[in-house]
Design a protein around this ligand. Structure first.
Ligand code: SAH
Length: 365
């Protein structure tokens, strides 16, 4: 196997602020308004292909596009499910690091699950990405390129159901987004910035999911962009959570829930608690009661729980809870007044969003 080149991905238009975009084009001897034209191509027509930039002079567009839009991510595999309305893409990055994204189309909305890191350093034993370890953080543009591709595919009618816009985005692909806060925050800014400087998405439709990196959760609260926060709790007691989410030995269950509650207080956004239901591991009735008790102790109406049937990873001894146990877990939470919805497991037949495809490729090498 050839040694991997390490280092930063090339700087890309999507890494720059609006001011920096103007500075870059003027440095190239172009008029400042070209920056706006490029932004419109990228954020409203979802293209970085000079051939499509017919409002720019031919020579200029080739030079601008080559400099400003270096290729950062290359699709090497696409898998479909649900009649083509769930599409998972494996991307190779400039240094051959691999990440994946999953686009899911429902009757009235579309959701993209993006990766923020190649691999992950959090080592949660039930998560396929957790077994890979961390390769590196993605740059802002490497994340935004996953988003642009989804907008493009929907806009061009490539997903069955006719042309559409991307409505929702979740940072639930590979990686721990709050371990790469700079790029994730810059990505969020570009997602919500109105066109043509950004994709014009609604902050509430963007979900940042975290293992519970408490200081970064507090920083995210202060950002002033009210994205939805999801906390991957998976257990209400420290003994078990430290096994399932090792970073719990640094920030405990109570500290993580306090930071989630703080997020709600600052932003007014209801927080999601993620809870992968693992058979005979964390699915006991008393754990549902303890979880509800800890959430209700911090107030009512600020949180909801998303139990997720475990998507078993290759080689793992763990499996999803029985249906009756899952029902009981949900019923107990609801009985304590906690809004609870089982998370959709779309794409589980193509190992959706759990790092399994990239893990498989690594095994092949
Ligand atoms: N690192 C972030 C985001 C990535 S994972 C986080 O942990 O929140 C997105 C969600 O999928 C998390 O709640 C994670 O715990 C969950 N998850 C990971 N592996 C899973 C599996 N095998 N089955 C079900 N959910 C899983």
């Amino acid at each position: 196997m050839a040694p991997r080149r390490r280092g930063k991905p090339p700087k890309h238009f999507a890494d720059l602020t609006a001011d920096e975009r103007v500075a870059s084009v003027t440095e190239m001897g172009e008029k400042a308004f070209r920056a706006k034209q490029l932004a419109a191509h990228y954020f409203t027509h979802y293209t970085s292909d000079p051939a499509e930039m017919t409002d720019l002079p031919k020579a200029t567009r080739d030079q601008l596009a080559t400099t400003m839009f270096p290729p950062l991510i290359r699709p090497t595999r696409r898998m479909e499910a649900d009649g083509g309305t769930t599409v998972k893409t494996l991307w190779h990055l400039f240094d051959d690091a691999k990440v994946e994204s999953v686009l899911m189309r429902y009757p009235h909305r579309t959701t993209l699950c993006v990766s923020s890191q190649a691999g992950c350093g959090m080592a949660c034993p039930f998560c396929a990405t957790g077994q890979l370890g961390l390769t590196r953080n993605l740059s802002t543009a490497e994340i935004l390129e996953q988003v642009r591709d989804a907008f493009r595919a929907l806009d061009r009618g490539e997903i069955p159901g006719g042309p559409a816009r991307l409505n929702n985005l979740v940072f639930m692909g590979m990686g721990e987004p709050l371990a790469n806060p700079r790029a994730v925050i810059e990505t969020v800014k570009a997602l919500v910035a109105p066109a043509p400087e950004g994709f014009g998405m609604s902050a509430r439709n963007i979900t940042v999911s975290t293992v519970g990196l408490v200081p970064a959760m507090r920083k995210l609260a202060d950002l002033g962009i009210p994205v939805t926060l999801a906390l991957s709790l998976h257990a209400p007691d420290d003994d078990l959570r430290s096994e399932l989410v090792p970073i719990n030995t640094r920030w405990s269950v109570d500290e993580a829930i306090d930071a989630a509650r703080h997020y709600y207080e600052v932003t007014g956004r209801r927080v999601s608690i993620e809870y992968a239901l693992i058979k005979d591991m964390n699915d006991h009735g008393w754990r549902a009661d303890l979880l509800a008790e800890k959430l209700n102790a911090r107030g009512r109406g600020w949180v909801h729980v998303n139990p997720i049937p475990l998507n078993p990873t290759p080689g793992s001894i763990w499996t999803a809870s029985d249906r009756s146990v899952e029902d009981e877990f949900v019923a107990r939470l609801r009985g304590h007044g906690i809004p609870t919805t089982i998370r959709d497991t779309r794409g589980s037949d193509i190992d959706g969003a759990c790092g399994q495809l990239a893990a498989e490729e690594d095994d092949d090498e």
